[in-house]
Design a protein around this ligand. Structure first.
Ligand SMILES: C[S@@+](CC[C@H](N)C(=O)[O-])C[C@H]1O[C@@H](n2cnc3c(N)ncnc32)[C@H](O)[C@@H]1O
Length: 240
């Protein structure tokens, strides 16, 4: 994994075109992936939600309409350019009063212990320097029994995706991503980091080794992405 200053610089460089790249490269399906996570989170009736590696804010902005009006949400990210996209979208959609976006590192968060009912990360855990450090911090800021959601690219074994997807990933995505953003290197990194990332069972094991409990996952789009869910040690989160 490149050091975090390199990761931050890369996301700064694509921040203005990040959303457009996502929509085009996923054919709009990324919205459905975030929507799935939002519906799972809504079932928990959380009062406080933390969006880690929040980027341009799409996951937080997908969750908020699904949860009670009183729910407070905070997003953190390393890249100021991504945060400013997120803030302007929150303002435009009328969510600025219960949603804040702050500069912060998932491996060293600016929050007290047990501050959140739910923590989530969308397409971010693949980019962190140390997954064990990130999970330790997630557990620290979650209240006992709080729930962690990770939405991330994973491995597909579905026919015919397992044959078509590698071609798309290594030949189509870097070219199209490069045209859209003017930064082909960022989209080559995307393809390489997805290929190198642990598969579903290995990521679940890494989360459990970090201290999360009851880790399980759901494949979306044939396993192109997976949603892993785990619980911080302690009493289970009750619906409120
Ligand atoms: C692929 S984007 C995902 C953005 C957003 N969650 C989404 O669903 O589109 C990954 C984000 O993770 C951020 N990031 C990478 N490492 C981080 C870290 N250690 N702490 C906080 N944010 C980080 C990057 O700046 C980038 O905005």
């Amino acid at each position: 994994m490149p050091p975090r200053r390199q990761i931050r610089a890369m996301f700064e460089s694509i921040s203005g075109r990040y959303d457009l790249g996502n929509r085009v490269l996923s054919l709009g399906i990324d919205r459905r992936w975030r929507r799935y996570v939002s519906l799972q989170i809504a079932k928990l009736h959380p009062c406080t939600v933390l969006d880690l590696c929040c980027g341009s804010g799409d996951l937080a902005l997908s969750v908020l309409p699904a949860v009670p009006e009183a729910t407070r949400c905070v997003g953190i990210d390393l890249a100021e350019g991504m945060l400013s996209q997120a803030r302007s979208k929150a303002e435009k959609r009328g969510h600025a009063h219960h949603l804040a976006f702050l500069a912060g590192d998932i491996e060293n968060m600016p929050f007290p212990d047990h501050a959140f009912d739910v923590a989530m990360v969308g397409f971010g855990i693949r980019n962190v320097e140390s997954i064990p450090n990130a999970i330790r911090e997630v557990i620290r800021v979650l209240r006992p029994g709080g729930t962690f959601f990770s939405l991330e690219f994973s491995k597909t074994n579905s026919f015919p995706l397992k044959y078509l997807y590698p071609f798309y990933l290594h030949h189509v995505l870097p070219r199209v991503g490069g045209w859209i953003s003017g930064e082909p290197g960022a989209y080559r990194y995307l393809a390489e980091s997805i290929t190198a990332f642990p598969d579903q069972p290995s990521l679940a094991s890494a989360f459990e080794a970090g201290g999360l409990q009851d880790v399980h996952w759901t494949n979306l789009s044939g396993g192109i992405v997976a949603v892993h869910v785990g619980r911080a040690p302690g009493a289970a989160l009750q619906g409120r």
